[in-house]
Design a protein around this ligand. Structure first.
Ligand code: NDP
Length: 321
């Protein structure tokens, strides 16, 4: 047996029950992972709440790090005892979880278990956002919302490393301090941010906005782009954006709008290893600081979801079985 979080039906954080389940058995091509820590991500709340459709009973969690306990038939790249992480797992809110070996990322020695669990999903997201959704070049001016969040802190550091000017939004003084430590050049509150962006850019607007907040910031994000700027809408922390008239992209200055997902940027082993390799190497050599802002026992997954949704968290939120 193993402990796991199971929701019987969609709903608020209170549907997350801490319970016992049978320890899973790896099939061909699978690994059984003893979970050291599972990452909590906003997508887990969308799935739990019914915004994204998943089958119930449902155990959340697509991110974890841990040790290979058993290997299924045909697995060649990993052995019992290997340290692995993933951003593409399922049912990771558990003591043990199954993982397709193809989606397992080897964890370098210089990266501890909590960092290994904190990095894959938000780190590879920050990586594809600045390299593949919109290629940021030195000298670009970038707005990224929620600068003290999990993605936000990593994104800001990668953007500064690239040589971009970074403007970010946060909701409190404590979050402002964290965003500044990560290297943000300007830290704004959400109130009136498009006006401040115009001032900071001499009326021109920014080259790109990375918007994971969604409904509450979308209009402002569109309005503070330069002519031919790009809005990368990558999340909905404040709710889903209502349907958009494409004509708005024209009147805004021939703008580009894209709505990406990490899975579409991990299409094969080469892409997976490029992104994870760069992110893990940066963490191992100290160039990328990973802030674990909250570590909760697995049994308290409900509190972790409550805190994430109520904007009480910073950096990464982890569950430890
Ligand atoms: P964060 O740690 O950034 O938490 C979300 C933050 O959003 C909050 O801390 C808060 O920061 C801000 N926020 C603003 N308005 C609200 C609101 N009304 N309710 C809740 N939070 C709000 O989360 P993640 O780093 O895990 O994810 C950030 C976004 O990126 C999410 O939308 C997520 O879905 C998305 N994402 C998308 C991926 C993709 O591939 N498309 C992959 C990974 C994440 P503050 O208090 O400072 O405003």
């Amino acid at each position: 047996m193993t402990h796991a979080i199971v929701a019987q039906q969609p709903g608020g954080p209170e549907v997350l029950d801490f319970t016992e389940i049978d320890r899973p058995v790896p099939g061909p091509g699978q690994l059984l992972i003893k979970v050291a820590a599972a990452g909590v991500n906003f997508i887990d709340t969308y799935q739990r709440g019914g915004m994204y459709q998943v089958p119930f009973p449902f155990t959340p969690g697509s991110e974890a790090a841990g040790t290979v306990e058993e290997v299924g038939e045909g697995v060649e790249d990993f052995a019992v005892g290997s340290r692995v992480a993933t951003a593409e797992g399922s049912k990771c809110y558990a003591g043990y979880t199954l993982l397709d070996a193809a989606k397992a990322l080897p964890v370098p020695d210089g990266v501890d278990d909590l960092t290994a669990a904190a990095l894959p999903l938000q780190g590879m997201t920050a990586h594809y956002l600045i390299n593949s959704s919109f290629r940021v070049e030195p000298g670009h001016t970038v707005l990224t919302h929620a600068g003290a969040g999990g993605v936000g802190l990593l994104l800001t550091q990668l953007l500064k490393e690239r040589g971009a000017r970074v403007i970010t939004t946060v909701s409190s003084d404590a979050k402002e301090e964290l965003a500044r430590e990560a290297g943000a050049d300007h830290v704004l509150r959400y109130e009136g941010f498009p006006h401040h962006i115009r001032e900071l850019t001499g009326g021109k607007g920014v080259d790109v906005v990375y918007d994971g907040v969604g409904r509450n910031t979308f209009d402002g994000s569109l309005s503070c782009l330069r002519t031919r700027g790009t809005l990368v809408l990558f999340g909905a922390a404040s709710g889903a954006v209502p349907p958009v008239d494409p004509q708005r992209l024209n009147s805004g200055g021939s703008l580009t709008l894209t709505r990406p997902s990490l899975g579409h940027f991990l299409l094969n082993a080469q892409e997976r290893h490029w992104r994870s390799g760069e992110i893990f190497a940066a963490a191992a050599n100290g160039n990328l600081k990973v802030r674990v802002g909250g570590t909760y026992p697995l049994a308290e997954a409900k509190s972790a979801h409550e805190d994430l949704e109520a904007r009480r968290t910073t950096g990464k939120v982890l569950l430890v079985p």
